[in-house]
Ligand binder design. Structure first.
Ligand code: FES
Length: 80
């Protein structure tokens, strides 16, 4: 879905940059810089910021609750 009609940027492109870039984004303007464009009318800023916050929330949640490939064995089940 196109998020920024001025620069024709999709939500996928924004998520790709936020996910793959080797940096932490503090503002939507930094994302625009990475995509080689700049804010024109600003109508998309809220959507870009929401995507950025979603990604930051996912990263924070992963740090708090790391996903394990397999559940850890239950200590109660090993008592036999
Ligand atoms: S819609 Fe993104 S700058 Fe205008």
């Amino acid at each position: 879905m196109i998020i920024c009609s001025c620069n024709v940027i999709t939500d996928t492109a924004i998520r790709d940059v936020v996910t793959s870039a080797d940096m932490t984004f503090g503002s939507p303007a930094q994302i625009y810089d990475c995509l080689g464009c700049s804010v024109q009318c600003g109508l998309c800023s809220r959507s870009v910021k929401r995507i950025l916050e979603e990604r930051q929330g996912e990263t924070a949640a992963a740090a708090i609750w790391p996903v394990q490939a397999e559940p850890a064995p239950c200590a109660l089940m090993s008592v036999a």
